[in-house]
Design a protein around this ligand. Structure first.
Ligand code: ATP
Length: 493
């Protein structure tokens, strides 16, 4: 009973996150006036600010905090042989299974994982672990019949039809393809990249030479990726068009485990510094290693729908560079002056989805608390975002719309707008204006009142505590900067 109640609370929380995101300008379904396009979403005015802040912090923590990491921005379209070399044409598949009654298609591994999660939730932890182990083995051996049998043996039912009337398990390639060329005879099939990493690998030597990098060094990239996901659900968790932030770290062969551990710890800490509680994050070792990896973990977050991957850390060996070297017949090697040797570097990759990071941030930030005392007590909803992530850093309110207060507030707005994203608002009661800012996570509200005209001080209200303090206008910039600046975050990394 208790477990079921906890599940309900989580499901409700997730529904609240989705409706909050829509109602307050963070995320909209794509082409909503046509009833949307499955697994594709648009980011609204506050969503794009939050996402840009997440991307900027990732980018700067990679390229500024590490002298040996530089960035690139490679094209979405790449030569088709890229995907042959990377293995995506031959093995970027998901095992899928259809329910014959509901006609719904599922990823076989996701059905089994969800079933394992349900077992774990009801206290059957060892059964859940055994199931995941068996599944891992079957996936590793690409035993599709075995996966089908496991689903039947576990008596897994389709959530829509409630039946176990399953088809066989089949492989399904996740890449989107399109044509380049103007006339039919000339056309060539090309793919929308399913990961940004390959743009980094094919540019490895360009970057190493032009930026004069020495191993160990990294190349970072943020960009769109596309996957024809079979199971498109859970809001922006699994999208068909999404953004990745990937960093490939090129190292001497044999040093991969040292760097794998380094990046695992470093990335885990990064999420914590941005406000995700350590107890909501966990490291999950892969049951099945991808064709390119010799070690891999996921950083998982306790989403309302279960512990799920936010970021992958993969030791990719020299698989990618070697395959590109073979297929392109261009040497992709590095001469290491310290050991006087030529080699194809090994790679440790960190790969995080900007949209999943966004979803984790939103789930973690949505807060409902009782505020006020006695009869005045009421529920307050706000987004407890790290100030550096908040879409709007401060809102400036004249207490009333007369007596020269709007003009005074405007001068403050104009002085601060070069440094921070601000909102100016002078309609409705100040209480309503505070509430609106709480809902989008604005950390500071600055109120201009009659005293301001006399002594050039304002009140500054803090989102999380609702406490107010009076400070000189001259001190505002430093006060806000102390909380929202990136150096505030980076000093903790
Ligand atoms: P999953 O097992 O959830 O399909 P994956 O292991 O295929 O993910 P990777 O290939 O390691 O994911 O991609 C790296 C990161 O890119 C993931 O950790 C995730 O944050 C993000 N990502 C991958 N696929 C999607 C998607 N369809 N929608 C949104 N983000 C995604």
């Amino acid at each position: 009973m208790k477990a079921a109640a906890a599940e309900d609370v989580k499901e409700n929380l997730f529904k609240k996150v989705i409706s909050h995101a829509k109602e307050y300008g963070f995320v909209y379904p794509s082409s909503e006036i046509y009833d949307g396009l499955q697994a594709v979403y648009d980011f609204g005015p506050y969503g794009v600010e939050l996402k840009n802040n997440l991307k900027a912090i990732w980018w700067q923590s990679m390229t500024r905090l590490h002298e040996n990491i530089v960035g690139i921005d490679s094209a979405i379209f790449m030569h088709p042989l890229t995907w042959k070399a990377s293995g995506h044409i031959d093995s970027f598949n998901d095992p899928m299974i259809d329910n014959k009654d509901s006609k719904k298609r599922y990823r076989a591994d996701v059905l089994l994982e969800d079933h394992a999660q349900a077992l774990e939730n009801s206290g059957k932890v060892s059964e859940a672990n055994a199931l995941l182990k068996t599944m891992g083995k079957l996936l590793e051996n690409e035993d599709l019949a075995g996966l089908h049998q496991l689903i039947v043996d576990e008596k897994i039912k389709c959530p829509i039809s409630g039946t176990s009337n399953w088809t066989e398990v089949r492989q399904f390639n996740l890449m989107f393809s399109t044509q380049v060329g103007s006339v039919a005879e000339d056309t060539n099939t090309i793919y929308l990249r399913p990961e940004t990493a390959q743009g980094i690998f094919v540019n490895f030597l360009n970057v190493q030479k032009t930026a004069r990098m020495k191993v160990p060094f990294g190349i970072a990239q943020i960009g769109k990726a596309f996957r024809n996901e079979i199971v498109a659900r859970q809001f922006i968790f699994r999208m068909r068009e999404f953004e990745q932030m990937e960093m490939q770290f090129f190292i001497r062969p044999g040093e991969e485990m040292k760097w794998f551990e380094y990046w695992k710890e470093s990335r885990l800490k990064w999420h914590q510094v941005l406000g995700i509680p350590a107890e909501d994050l966990r490291i999950h070792a892969h049951e099945k290693l991808a064709h390119y990896a010799n070690a891999a973990v996921d950083i998982e977050y306790a989403f309302p729908f279960g512990n799920k991957e936010v970021e992958g850390i993969h030791s990719r060996t020299d698989f990618d560079l070697k395959s590109h070297q073979e297929l392109s017949r261009k040497k992709l090697q590095y001469f290491d002056p310290e050991i006087n040797q030529n080699y194809v570097p090994y790679v440790v990759e960190t790969s995080v989805g900007a949209d999943r990071l966004f979803l984790m941030t939103l789930c973690n930030a949505l807060t409902e608390e009782m505020s006020g005392e006695g009869e005045n007590a009421k529920m307050r909803t706000y987004l407890k975002l790290h100030p550096a992530l908040a879409p709007v850093k401060a809102a400036i309110f004249p207490l009333v719309k007369k007596d020269g207060l709007p003009e005074k507030a405007r001068t403050i707005f104009d002085a601060l707008k070069f440094d921070f994203n601000l909102i100016y608002e002078d309609t409705q009661s100040i209480g309503k204006r505070y509430t609106r800012q709480d809902l989008i996570g604005t950390p500071f509200c600055i109120a201009v009142d009659h005293q301001t005209l006399e002594d050039d001080t304002v009140t500054i209200r803090h989102r999380d505590t609702t406490a107010q303090e009076r400070i000189p206008i001259d001190a505002l910039k430093a006060r806000i900067l102390a909380e929202v600046s990136l150096s505030n975050i980076f000093s903790k990394l």
